[in-house]
Write a protein that binds this ligand. Structure first.
Ligand code: PPE
Length: 308
């Protein structure tokens, strides 16, 4: 998806012109994938643009950095403020996608990352639907990938590390080349983990089931957590249970969640029609509530919004 440039990018404490936010080719993270990052969205509300669950995303950034033993040279509060300032100065009043990244810079080479300088950047730009407008309305088609999700003892799946996304990219390309919209990755034990950049939910007999993050090697999604609260408020049970591929084929409904993707119905998995082949009632209700919550239309979810 093409990036639409905005005016400024925040880097190491300064707001610099978009085209000046560049790095040296010998940047450590470019060679070894040694960075950590986040994906955040801001939405327009009746009282101005607001960032969705900003502190939760910044907290996860720090937790990812801790796993990789990267010391972020800013406090969480400073990065929260930097993000809000960035959205303000770029006048992103209609909402945007926000990408904070912590990376190891120029100066050291080799596999020991500890002596490397640490840089932090935050960029923001307008980003439309990640899996297409039609996907959001009608549902998408998934394929189980031949690429397996990481073993949590091979790379730390609980962290959002840049290099780890090679696995997602391989799976994404495979699915797209085969004519599908998105890939499902299975964990080393054969259970369902997640999609390339989204968590998976299935609906069975009126309840939601989501694979447990730690065992399945899925990222513990903030959208997933939001959907779990929305479902609980609707009186819908949510179970964290291992599921296998046939649970996707035989689900009554299924959908995926992610900051970029938001809430997207799944209409087919491996050419099996899921449920009726169109967004089911629970998926639709959750999707509509999520879209209303992020836009500040529901009082009970206003604590998720950080006005800039
Ligand atoms: N799993 C993975 C692997 C993942 O990358 C994401 C977010 C999620 C689950 C959902 O997490 P959350 O956003 O907290 O609900 N993927 C981000 C990156 C997408 C990209 O293209 O880059 C995102 O959605 O921003």
């Amino acid at each position: 998806m093409p990036i639409i440039p905005t005016e400024k990018i925040w880097i190491d404490g300064d707001l610099v012109a978009w085209e000046e936010a560049t790095v040296h080719v010998l940047t450590h993270s470019l060679h070894y994938g040694s960075g950590v990052f986040e994906g955040i969205r801001a939405y327009p509300t009746s009282s101005g643009v607001a960032v969705f669950r900003l502190t939760d995303h910044i907290d996860r950034l720090f937790s990812s950095a801790k796993v990789f033993m990267i010391d972020i040279p800013f406090t969480p509060a400073e990065l929260v403020e930097a993000t809000k300032e960035l959205v303000r100065v770029n006048r992103l009043d209609d909402g945007c996608y926000i990408r904070p990244i912590v990376f190891l810079g120029y100066g050291e080479m080799g596999l020991n990352p500890l002596p490397c300088p640490v840089s932090v950047a935050v960029a923001a730009w307008p980003w439309g639907t990640y899996l297409g407008d039609e996907g959001v309305r009608k549902g998408i088609r998934l394929k189980i990938s031949s690429w397996q999700r990481h073993d949590p003892n091979a790379v730390p799946t609980a962290a959002k590390g840049t290099g780890m996304y090679v696995n997602s990219s391989l799976a994404k390309v495979e699915a797209l080349k085969a004519g599908y919209d998105e890939a499902v990755l299975l964990a080393p034990d054969g259970s369902v983990s997640e999609c390339t950049g989204e968590n998976i939910f299935v609906v069975k007999r009126g309840s939601l089931v989501v694979p447990p993050s730690s065992e399945s090697g899925a990222l513990e999604g903030i959208t997933q957590r939001s959907v779990e609260r929305i479902a609980a408020d609707m009186g819908i049970d949510v179970a964290h249970e291992a599921i296998i591929r046939t649970d996707l084929y035989t689900a009554d409904e299924a959908f995926l969640t992610g900051t970029a993707a938001e809430v997207v119905p799944i209409r087919e998995v491996d050419d099996r029609v899921v449920g009726e082949g169109r967004p089911g009632p629970i998926t639709t209700q959750i999707q509509q509530t999520y879209f209303a919550a992020v836009r500040g239309e529901l009082d009970q979810y206003k604590d998720w919004l950080d006005h800039v």
